[in-house]
Design a protein around this ligand. Structure first.
Ligand code: FES
Length: 93
């Protein structure tokens, strides 16, 4: 990912044939499966607040850090390590 992602923004990227949602929230980067565990909604298009993203299709909400679904507390959404080095963002999947 070479285009800068500003705080409060999210983006979908394709890596190894998978859709990954990347977020920069409160200055931190997060990466998770970009297809919602419920019915495949576009997680990167969700609203982000208080460290969670809400899927735009039916409102399932996941913690950015863990992928835990906030109602049933299960880790339904896979998350990935992400780091930024000299302006380049790397996602480990
Ligand atoms: S597809 Fe995400 S909440 Fe239904």
């Amino acid at each position: 990912m070479s285009d800068p992602l500003m705080d409060g923004q999210a983006r979908e990227v394709m890596i190894k044939g998978r859709v990954i949602a990347v977020f920069r929230h409160d200055g931190r980067l997060y990466a998770m499966d970009g297809m919602c565990a419920h019915q495949g909604g576009p997680v990167a298009e969700g609203i982000v607040e208080h460290g969670c993203v809400t899927c735009p299709w039916h409102g399932w909400q996941y913690e950015l850090e863990t992928g835990i679904q906030t109602v049933n507390r299960q880790p339904l959404q896979e998350t990935f390590q992400i780091r930024e080095t000299k302006g380049n963002v790397e996602i480990l999947i």
